[in-house]
Design a protein around this ligand. Sequence first.
Ligand code: ADP
Ligand code: MG
Length: 348
Amino acid sequence: MIEDKNQQRTDLNNLGEFALIDHLTKNFKINHKSTIKGIGDDAAVLDFDKKKIVVTTDLLVEGVHFDLSYTPLKHLGYKSVIVNLSDVFAMNAKATQITVSIAVSNRFPLEALEELYAGIETAASIYNIDVIGGDTTSSTTGLLISVTAIGEVKGDDETYRNGAKPNDLLVITGDLGGAYLGLQVLEREKEVYKVNPNSQPDLEAYTYIIERQLKPEARQDIIKLLSDLEVKPSSMIDISDGLSSEILHLCKQSHVGCDLYEEKLPLDPVVISACEEFNIDSTTVALNGGEDYELLFTISQEDYPKIKANPNLSVIGHIRESEAGMHLVTRADSRIPLKAQGWKNFNN
Ligand code: ADP
Ligand code: MG
């Protein structure tokens, strides 16, 4: 398992809340002209000059959304930003600012929070986001992290879940199922470690899927690509709970049906071999494994020539009238109704 490499343990009680906030936030820089005032006053001040803005928030709870026995705090900080940016991009907006709120128990030393904030800072820097505020409080149980992300929309470019039309193409970015399988590998290693703490796992073959779980990326590149290609999706959603569940959201809100083709589902070779090893069906993983943070969108058939050559984009099906229902068309050409198995957090 991942050892705490920091030998030093500075007790949070020695610092006090204000010194802690100052310590954690002193490196954040402001890059966007829409940020008039960031950290340091009672509230941040933003000026978007008549642009529409999008706002989204997510709460991550220890033991429900993450397990610190195999999640390095730096990765956790990074991921807590990414999951929010993914929601901003799913609106076809440009992410500009975040706030970060944390509740921590005194079992965490300052060095642990420094790690968490190093991850937050890395994500903010890579994705060019201003960190403009937050809140810091104590928790009697585990760690809680809440990030709120803000973004701006160019003209009327925002995309909703409810705009899909019959005959539109269903498009997915990247590949599916990796994050779920990465989690299976980490959970398995955790069990091995419990039995034999001296075991040295060789996880090299699983690097791709473990990264998909611990250090996901949000598809900022796709928002730029769509803008460059002059393609505005008729609807869009990000994959946090699993493809099946997200397709059902899109179709229900758009009052349409769809055919999704099993043979078109994009799978990485590492995902395919891990499925064989864990003896799980790769289609089930692609449909129900969550946390891939890819974008699912629909486009009009006219836009197909603009996207067809792009290796980041796969057409996986098409939209139908609502009477047709929502189906997976299997390799054997049978039609199976799509079900939302969803993500496991709600079973906890
Ligand atoms: P208040 O008492 O008005 O809530 P705080 O003392 O909590 O103010 O916060 C002071 C400043 O530090 C504010 O700008 C707030 O947004 C920011 N801040 C507090 N906690 C965090 C945090 N964990 N991460 C980033 N910014 C924070
Ligand atoms: Mg406060």
